[in-house]
Design a protein around this ligand. Structure first.
Ligand code: JFZ
Length: 492
């Protein structure tokens, strides 16, 4: 009896040991992440964008979420599978796609004014309709009354404005006979799926060949089991595309590793160049990001990407809402991308135009706090978010306190002999100096038990009634602690 128990405990110990060893061991992966964070110039440029524009445009813009008096409350670009329109009707919509009002240079000028540094454009959404004249299918812009290549017009107009172009491409393609969401169950389906793989590869090579100015590919719809199963092939395809297009940027929504893990591989490493999981959803801390690059694509109403006639169905974000999200994203080292869904004639709706203008006006004054900045050394504080470039820290204030002070908490210096002090502060909008409570020169400040110090910045009279977030730029200095006229004080 006793020996049996010993045996059992020994067995358990052995098992536990194995589990721990497994947890810490890295799994050798042929198709996981390849290498660490990119340091090349193309990726560096991507990191500095701060703000981008997304455009969802295709034949779904014609119904605009409504058909024969019925309204779909789902995403307008998904109307084909919403039940409000017959699939056959949807599949014939391209015969009437004739966006005669479309003027790519007008859209590009608007994006420029908004402050967007890159655009992501839907070359092909899940329906499979191609906004470029692909030679691999007839379901393209070339076979509409409009005829002209829309992707080319977008690429040319945005590039002319100095806005980098990224091509959105859906792996789901409801128009292709070989497309399947589930893994092939028999040889016939397998053979069909092979035709779809060839088609997908051809189209991607075609896009990079036709539009060499494109900086990257923004993949979508890659969650299908059938696609996930093709990990090795997809990985090879990615390598092929990168080889033909140096600097090409691809997010984490393209491929899975050989164990079917997406975004992060089986070792927890980010697959490809940036994390695409923050869709309509912002992270809350740097810690959860694990140092990875990331973008956040955001809709203006909840989950509407393509044009929808009736925006009264949802809360519509204001420029203020979007500016706050954008600043937060940048304070956490991400890019923020705002989606536009033009209508079937090629017009950007008034609500979106007004939002673009509102954001653009703010960016024209405060863009320095966004472009090329990264998270600051300050922790998150109640007044808003902070970003940093070199020695300048940008405090974007969203919450003004009743006493018109911005209390800034500076971290404890790693060097015990030193403390951080705010050397100078000014308003980004007009460069006017911002007063520091007490005497900024001698560094009167509060310090708490943890060694953190606090400075109060006085909000200038001119801004005390503002309804807009504003930016105060501070410069920190590290000074010898013993020279400091500081005092410990209990503060709220
Ligand atoms: C996809 C599309 O289905 C949608 O139409 C739109 O194009 C959007 C940009 O991408 O939708 C998604 C994709 C991923 C998530 C949510 C919606 N996600 O990871 O949470």
């Amino acid at each position: 009896m006793k020996t049996k128990n010993i045996f059992i405990s020994m067995f358990c110990l052995l098992l536990a040991g194995q589990v721990t060893a497994q947890e810490s061991a890295r799994i050798p992966l042929a198709h996981g992440a390849h290498g660490g964070k990119r340091t090349d110039a193309a990726m560096q440029q991507w990191r500095e964008y701060g703000l981008g524009q997304f455009i969802h445009w295709g034949v779904y813009a014609i119904p605009g979420g409504q058909w024969n008096g019925k309204t779909s409350t789902g995403a307008a670009e998904w109307i084909r599978s919403s039940g409000v329109i017959d699939k056959a009707d949807y599949d014939n919509l391209y015969k009437q796609f004739n966006p005669t009002d479309f003027d790519a240079s007008r859209w590009a000028a608007q994006a420029k004014q908004m402050g967007a540094r890159y655009v992501i454009f839907t070359t092909k959404h899940h329906d499979g309709f191609c906004m470029w004249p692909s030679k691999y299918t007839n379901y393209t812009i070339a076979h509409t009354p409009y005829k002209r290549d829309i992707v080319k017009q977008i690429v040319d107009a945005y590039t002319a404005e100095g806005i980098d172009v990224y091509l959105y491409f859906s792996i789901i393609d409801w128009s292709h006979k070989g497309y399947q969401a589930a893994p092939a169950a028999n040889d016939k389906d397998k053979a069909r799926y092979e035709t779809f793989k060839t088609f997908t590869r051809n189209q991607l090579i075609e896009l990079l060949t036709n539009y060499p100015q494109a900086k990257g590919l923004w993949f979508d719809g890659s969650w299908d089991k059938a696609w996930i199963e093709q990990a090795a092939w997809v990985d090879d395809l990615g390598k092929e595309l990168r080889a033909m297009h140096p600097g090409l940027i691809i997010g984490s929504r393209f491929r899975a590793d050989e164990f079917g893990k997406r975004h992060e591989d089986s070792n927890g490493d980010l697959i490809d160049d940036y994390d695409q999981r923050y869709e309509r959803n912002l992270p809350n801390s740097l810690a959860e990001l694990k140092g990875n690059d990331w973008d956040c694509a955001m809709t203006i109403p909840e989950n509407q990407w393509g044009y929808h006639h009736d925006w009264s169905l949802w809360y519509v974000k204001t420029p203020y809402d979007l500016i706050e999200m954008m600043v937060k994203a940048n304070a956490l080292d991400g890019n923020f991308v705002i989606n536009f869904g033009p209508d079937g004639k090629g017009n950007i709706r008034k609500e979106e135009t007004d939002i673009a203008r509102g954001i653009g006006e703010w960016m024209a004054v405060n863009g320095e706090a966004i472009y090329g900045t990264h998270h600051s050394l300050l922790e998150k504080q109640d007044w808003g978010y902070s970003t940093q470039r070199n020695n300048s820290i940008y405090l974007t204030v969203f919450n003004k306190s009743m006493n018109n002070l911005v209390r800034v908490k500076l971290p404890k210096n790693a060097d015990k002999a030193l403390v951080y002090v705010i050397e100078k502060a000014h308003l980004l909008s007009n460069k006017a100096a911002v007063k520091i409570n007490g005497d900024g020169k001698t560094g009167t400040y509060y310090r708490d038990k943890t060694g953190a110090s606090y400075y109060d910045l006085l909000i200038p009279d001119s801004l005390q009634a503002t309804t807009q977030p504003f930016v105060i730029v501070i410069q920190l200095k590290e000074v010898d602690k013993k020279n400091q006229d500081d005092y410990m004080q209990a503060i709220i």
